[in-house]
Structure formats: C-alpha cells, structure tokens
Design a protein around this ligand. Structure first.
Ligand code: ADP
Ligand code: MG
Length: 227
C-alpha cells in the first residue's frame, strides 16, 4: 500500500498504559482528528481551559487504571458554563478512584459512533479493526478486522461490510455520513500500527464520531497500551 505523506512516530514514545490524552496525541501525530483538549488539576485551571476551548465542553477524570470511564461517573458532557465546569470538577474528584487530573475537551458532534482499533498479534503482525462503537461495542459485536497497513479501498471495503453500513451511507432519508473520512482515519491508524510493530499491544479510539459527508470525523476517546 502507498504510505500517506508526513507520517512519523514521535521521537519519544510513551510506554505502558497511556492516558486518553496520550493515546490521542499519538494518533493525532498520524493525522487522525481528535478533540481539542487540555489537562487541568484545580477547578480554576479547568474553567480557564474550558474558556480557552469554548463552551460547551466535556470533562473526564484521568486514571490509567480505568477502562470504562463512564461506568464510574468519570465522563461529564455538555458543560455549558464555568459553574457547570466547577460542579463537574467537584463530582469527578469525589469519584472512588484516584485521579491524575481532569481532561477538559470540546464537545464534538456526530451522527454515528465507530470504534477504530489496532493490535499487534504475536506471530501475525499488526491488525486494525473498525466497528459499531460507543458504549455498546461489546454487545453489538459489529466489527471488521484486517492486517495493516491498509489501502484506502481496503478500508472502504471494511466499512461496507459492517452491519451499520446502511446507516452510515444514509438509510431512511438520513444524510450520508463522512465514510471517506472514516476510511482515511482507518488507513492512517493502520500505518501507525505498522510503524509501532511489536511495541503496539493495543490501541482503541472509541468512539470516533462521524459527521455528515464532507464534514469529517473526530476521535473523542482513546486508550492504548505500548510495550
Ligand atoms: P468511556 O471510557 O466510558 O468509553 P468516553 O470518553 O468514550 O468514555 O465517553 C463516553 C461517551 O460519551 C462516548 O461514547 C461519547 O458518546 C460521549 N463523549 C465523550 N466525550 C465526548 C466529547 N468530547 N464530545 C461528545 N461526546 C463525547
Ligand atoms: Mg469510550
């Protein structure tokens, strides 16, 4: 496959379990769109970050030990003003897990949620997956898997094989979503997986939100483990 131009691993790679922000920075280096965001500690810092990003914002508790943040009340969405950010900050710090800080990020909009993932399978090499995403991914089990790196046509074919494809393509009078942007993100993730090689234990972007055709996609959550 032809490599998209300008993709290079950062000189210093993080190791072990990455935070959401670290995982998103890694994929952003490969040209995958991610939410604008900033780490904060105090409520005052969180408000300043929210004002710089622009309301409404999302706020999340940062803990490398947590896999499903929303199950522990660590995801606060649609915070409209400084008071809402202060209240969310207090609620996050009251959660039953020690936090490294809070992550303040733009509220992204999209009409569908996909999961994009990558793994190194010992003995087999790098793989990528795409599927119906969000919090029901384990329930829906609508995923396609392929060896990395991918050509754009491979990524498009994986998307078309998903059960959710008719919805993405514009079922029942709904507008078609930006499946080209999703295919492009999947290709870029596949090159990241190929470049990381055995250092990649696993990486998930769940979800990536898809907007209308031509309006792109954006990763709002990320997780990764590097060896
Ligand atoms: P979890 O660790 O539980 O997967 P997420 O960060 O994925 O936490 O947040 C849970 C859900 O909240 C997401 O599936 C998505 O629907 C929504 N969400 C999270 N962050 C944002 C954001 N920045 N903009 C819009 N929706 C978001
Ligand atoms: Mg998630």
């Amino acid at each position: 496959p032809a490599r998209p131009p300008g993709l290079a691993l950062p000189a210093a790679l993080p190791q072990g379990a990455l935070t959401e922000a670290e995982a998103k920075r890694l994929v952003a280096a490969f040209g995958i769109p991610v939410t604008r965001e900033a780490l904060a500690t105090t409520a005052g810092d969180a408000v300043a970050a929210a004002e710089a990003i622009g309301f409404p914002v999302a706020m999340k508790g940062v803990s490398r030990a947590v896999v499903h943040k929303s199950d522990l009340g660590l995801v606060k969405l649609n915070l409209a003003d400084a008071d809402a950010v202060r209240a969310a900050h207090a609620a996050l710090l009251a959660a039953p897990v020690p936090l490294e800080g809070v992550l303040v990020q733009e509220m992204a909009r999209g009409a569908a949620e996909l999961i994009l993932g990558a793994r190194h399978e010992p003995g087999l090499g790098p793989f990528v997956l795409v599927g119906s995403g969000g919090i029901w991914v384990e329930v829906l089990r609508d995923v396609q898997l392929a060896p990395a790196p991918l050509r754009p046509e491979d990524a498009r074919a994986m998307l078309r094989r998903l059960a959710i494809w008719p919805v993405l393509a514009g079922a029942r009078g709904r507008p078609a979503l930006d499946t080209e942007a999703a295919a492009e993100a999947l290709v870029r993730l596949s090159w990241l997986a190929a470049d990381l090689g055995e250092r990649l234990v696993e990486l998930d972007l769940n979800p990536i939100l898809l907007r209308a055709a031509g309006e792109g996609c954006i990763a709002v959550d990320g997780r990764a483990t590097l060896a």
